[in-house]
Design a binder for this molecule. Structure first.
Ligand code: NAP
Length: 357
């Protein structure tokens, strides 16, 4: 028997779609993704798995989140619970905004509580040449399904320099929140490339680390794309120095680790050297759509096109998209969750129209 709906992806969009599909008795099957060698399909639990505190997800004000998460999520997932952030206590209890991984574990648990089935594997291709459709797993097995929700999210971009590639995991990273606290970076001045909200968040995170003496933001224009409140946070932070009108021309190192950056002025092409022990790239994202192999229409940046106004339909009937894989504009956990819910409702109506559900 074909599945009614397969959901590909396990970020806020995927789990929200699963919660709604499960409660509509569609018995959804979620492919959660794996940390795979090419890293290009999806990230288990989505990008929030790389985030610390999430202060803007409605319903999660600062509180004793620590106890709540551990009371709600199956203890078999304990390995994935982050430590409570240091120093965040009230009445001797952990007291903080929900952390990204915790929020995702809660969503995952909520979906499983309604009989969602979850498989830790990637989908590497889809076959839409006949119905029911097929999704192809990394191990080559296929799963037949009437409908598909694509919620594979997006991943970080890099600058594309050979020297950047050479020093990945030797001081070059695309996630300060994941890597900035590692002993490797301790005591070193660090650079963040980019001028968007993510870059400011990453720079602020690093500046907050006790053993990080100075953060340098490399911004290619004379203004930042970041929202005013975040931009001002960076500008007013004494531990953050902003290098305006600058791009990274080369990552410098001694073969073992990053020792600095050669910066180039975007005004007069002059170059200068900046001594840092790490470079965090925060210049936007690329959607995880490569596995679709051109079978679904995408825009010029590779994001899936929603083909109907305020609906999650794609160019192929019965295939719906939710979250950052189709949204290069809002890109928030709450908007991803919202479109995940929409996709499940769209699937339910489509299956009913087709006489499947
Ligand atoms: P973004 O808004 O697209 O910003 C990318 C930044 O990187 C821009 O400053 C861009 O410069 C720069 N950049 C791009 N390519 C570059 C290159 N090759 N060399 C140097 N700089 C380069 O991406 P984002 O910061 O990841 O944010 C994505 C979305 O998520 C946004 O909508 C953002 O508002 C949202 N977000 C929100 C929050 C929050 O609300 N707390 C946190 C994170 C992200 P230009 O400006 O010159 O193009």
């Amino acid at each position: 028997m074909p599945e009614k709906v397969v959901i590909i992806g396990s970020g806020p969009a995927g789990w929200s779609a699963a919660i709604y599909a499960a409660r509509a008795n569609l018995n959804p099957l979620v492919f959660e993704g794996t940390v795979n060698p090419d890293g290009v399909h999806m990230i288990p639990l989505g990008q929030l798995a790389y985030t610390t505190e999430v202060e803007n997800y409605p319903g999660f004000p600062v509180g004793d989140v620590f106890s709540f998460v551990r009371s709600a999520v199956d203890s078999s997932r304990e390995w994935n619970f982050p430590d409570a952030p240091e120093g965040h206590t009230k009445n001797d209890k952990p007291h903080y905004a929900v952390q990204g991984t915790e929020l995702m574990e809660l969503m995952r648990q909520q979906a499983l509580n309604f009989d969602t089935r979850a498989i830790e594997d990637d989908i590497v291709d889809i076959d839409i040449s006949s119905k029911p459709y097929k999704v192809i797993r990394r191990n080559g097995e296929t799963v037949e399904t009437h409908a598909i929700i694509i919620a594979t999210g997006a991943r970080a971009n890099y600058l594309g320099l050979d020297s950047e590639e050479e020093y990945k995991n030797k001081g070059v990273s695309a996630c300060a929140v994941c890597d900035g606290g590692l002993p490797f970076f301790g005591g070193k001045e660090l650079a963040v490339v980019g001028g968007g909200d993510s870059a400011v968040e990453e720079a602020s995170y690093l500046a907050n680390l006790k053993n990080c003496p100075q953060v340098h933001m490399i911004v290619r224009r004379d203004e930042m794309r970041a929202s005013p409140i975040l931009r001002d946070r960076a500008i007013n932070n004494p531990k953050i120095e902003i290098h305006w009108n600058s791009v990274v021309d080369e990552v410098l190192g001694d073969g073992k680790e990053v020792t600095g950056l050669r910066l180039k002025s975007t005004v007069d092409d002059s170059t200068s050297e900046l001594s840092v022990g790490g470079m965090f790239v925060a210049i936007g994202h690329t959607p995880n759509t490569a596995f679709l192999n051109g079978k679904i229409d995408v825009n010029d940046k590779g994001y899936i096109n929603w083909t109907k106004s305020f609906r999650t339909d794609t160019s192929v009937e019965g295939i719906f998209a939710a979250g950052d894989v189709a949204d290069d504009y809002y890109r928030q956990a709450i908007t991803s969750a919202g479109t995940g819910c929409m996709a499940a409702l769209d699937v339910e109506r489509w299956l009913t129209d087709k006489g499947v559900a």
